[in-house]
Design a protein around this ligand. Structure first.
Ligand code: ADP
Ligand code: MG
Length: 222
């Protein structure tokens, strides 16, 4: 990112939420982003994750300028390159665990039945990675918060993204469960995934290789 800004307008008032972010994340990095509530962390993650675009400045993802793409172009890039994990899990409650994990493949692969068998196997393998393969047919409400977040991690991995963006992934979890989630992210990073985690918990941030501090829409030394 080079000089990335984000300005929101609410009625006649402009809010400059990001005020010139210069940032370089390399493939294979494991970066934590810390900062007070309202400092712009989620706004930054939304741009990093191609859910939103900067007001000004440049963002290059995998060598491509993605600062000014339209929604369709951004959604293609998201589906191909990025996995998301949020504080609120955002699982579908009427769907089973494995159906939740497979959800992002609907947009990517269509409904080819032969591929589907393969995808089922991949989804089960991912559920094994997060320790939940025996819960494949459960519904989210039958799982604990930590287990639901592990389902969300498996879902984030189903399209084999290079970059995994986690916005307060442990914000709803107790400290022991949080450690388990961070251990999974660490293992994924060791397998080559690039990971960015927003947190305001320094114990959670300590799992990352690098910590960035954001204050009032700017990256600061600490
Ligand atoms: N869509 C929006 N419209 C207006 N203001 C917003 C919008 N999104 C975020 N903000 C404002 O930007 C500031 C930073 O928000 P956010 O990035 O969510 O911070 P953090 O994740 O660090 O708590 C807050 O003051 C918030 O109210
Ligand atoms: Mg936030």
């Amino acid at each position: 990112m080079q000089g990335v800004t984000k300005r929101f307008q609410v009625d006649e008032i402009y809010i400059d939420v990001l005020r010139g972010i210069d940032l370089k994340i390399e493939g294979g990095d494991f970066t934590a982003v810390m900062g007070a509530s309202g400092s712009g962390k989620s706004t930054l993650m939304n741009i990093l994750g191609c859910l939103d675009t900067p007001t000004s400045g440049k963002y290059f993802l995998a060598g491509r300028d993605v600062s000014a793409l339209n929604d369709d172009e951004l959604s293609l890039i998201r589906n191909e390159l990025i996995g998301f994990v949020f504080q609120q899990f955002y699982l579908l409650h009427y769907a089973t665990v494995i159906e939740n994990v497979l959800l992002p493949t609907i947009y990517r692969h269509g409904k080819n039945s032969r591929e589907k068998t393969n995808l089922q196997e991949i989804a089960l393998e991912l559920l094994k990675t997060v320790g939940l393969h025996e819960r494949a047919k459960f519904r989210p409400r039958q799982l604990s918060g930590g287990q639901q977040q592990r389902v969300a991690i498996a879902r984030a991995l189903i399209n084999d993204p290079e970059l995994i963006i986690c916005d307060e992934p442990t914000g709803q979890l107790d400290s022991n469960t949080s450690k388990g989630i961070m251990a999974i992210l660490k293992e994924l990073n060791e397998r080559g995934k690039t990971i960015v985690v927003v947190t305001h918990d320094s114990q959670v941030a300590a799992h990352a290789k690098k910590i960035l501090y954001i204050s009032d829409g700017m990256i600061v030394d600490k």
